[in-house]
Design a protein around this ligand. Structure first.
Ligand code: GLN
Length: 265
């Protein structure tokens, strides 16, 4: 008897917000469901496309300010309200970087007008003076998470939400309060590219379970052999920690390298 369950994934703005491997998250969610015999439908929801009914799990990736201007306009009004309602009702969601910022109240980029968000996350973002770039390690309810950040946006959490985790290595939401990302109901926002899910299988399974549960399907997932995922996770965490060590206590080589970048003849 096959598994009757079907996971419907709503992939928001695949042609606009999809950098630093973000599409890998849709591949991981689809594959980890399929490995359990669960049916998967990926619905691409791009500019001018309505939010269809019956989506269990939304994904939105990151992008440059230019793309965010287009997406912010497209989410204004009925489309943003429909997405807001679905997440309020308990649909699962993962929003990365630029997408995370536009699910908040507002993103104020450099030298451009403020971009209204849909306000489902009680957060506000503004471009800072420094770009946060590098490998990241975060402590969270899903254990240690690893990823890569590249953003100038600083995000501040309002009172209605909790952070997704605490930064161990990296800058996170704003490089000041030690938080990374946000959790609201079954929706998560974060600055973690990479993509984030291949190296964090527990987080991927949590999202799949919440997505199945949303429309009353059994959220139980049989365990998978995550040997490769765990190995990739450990190596990414190790690299991030050693980079931070290098930053805080530069070795002799590190000092020389910082002084004179290697010229390739
Ligand atoms: N443009 C936004 C920022 O710089 C988001 C960048 C991204 O999605 N990586 O903060």
């Amino acid at each position: 008897m096959g598994d009757e369950r079907v996971l419907r994934i709503g992939w928001l703005y695949p042609t606009k917000l999809n950098i630093y491997g973000d599409r890998g998250n849709v591949i991981v969610l689809s594959q980890r469901a399929a490995w359990r015999g669960i049916g998967v439908e990926v619905v691409e929801i791009d500019v001018d496309d309505p939010i269809p009914d019956g989506i269990d799990l939304f994904f939105i990736g990151g992008g440059q300010d230019q793309e965010q201007i287009v997406v912010s306009h497209d989410l204004a009004g009925a489309k943003g309200e429909a997405l807001h309602r679905a997440i309020d009702d308990g649909a699962a969601a993962l929003a990365v970087c630029g997408g995370y910022q536009l699910l908040g109240h507002v993103y104020r980029p450099h030298d451009a007008a403020s971009l209204p968000g849909i306000g489902v996350f009680d957060v506000e973002s503004e471009a800072g003076s420094e770009r946060f770039i590098g490998n990241v390690v975060v402590e969270s309810q899903w254990g240690t998470l690893v990823g890569f950040e590249n953003h100038s946006g600083l995000t501040w959490l309002g009172s209605g939400v909790e952070p997704m985790g605490r930064v161990v290595v990296g800058r996170g939401n704003n490089g000041q309060d030690g938080t990374e990302g946000v959790r609201y109901r079954n929706a998560l926002g974060c600055y973690l590219h990479g993509s984030i899910l291949p190296k964090n299988p527990a987080l991927a399974d949590w999202l799949i379970g919440k997505g199945l549960e949303f429309r009353g399907q059994n959220p139980e997932l049989t365990p998978l052999d995550d040997t490769l995922e765990q190995a990739a996770h450990r190596s990414a965490a190790g690299r991030a920690r050693s980079e931070r060590r290098e930053e805080s206590h530069p070795t002799r080589f590190g000092r020389i390298a910082a002084l004179a970048p290697i010229r390739r003849s």
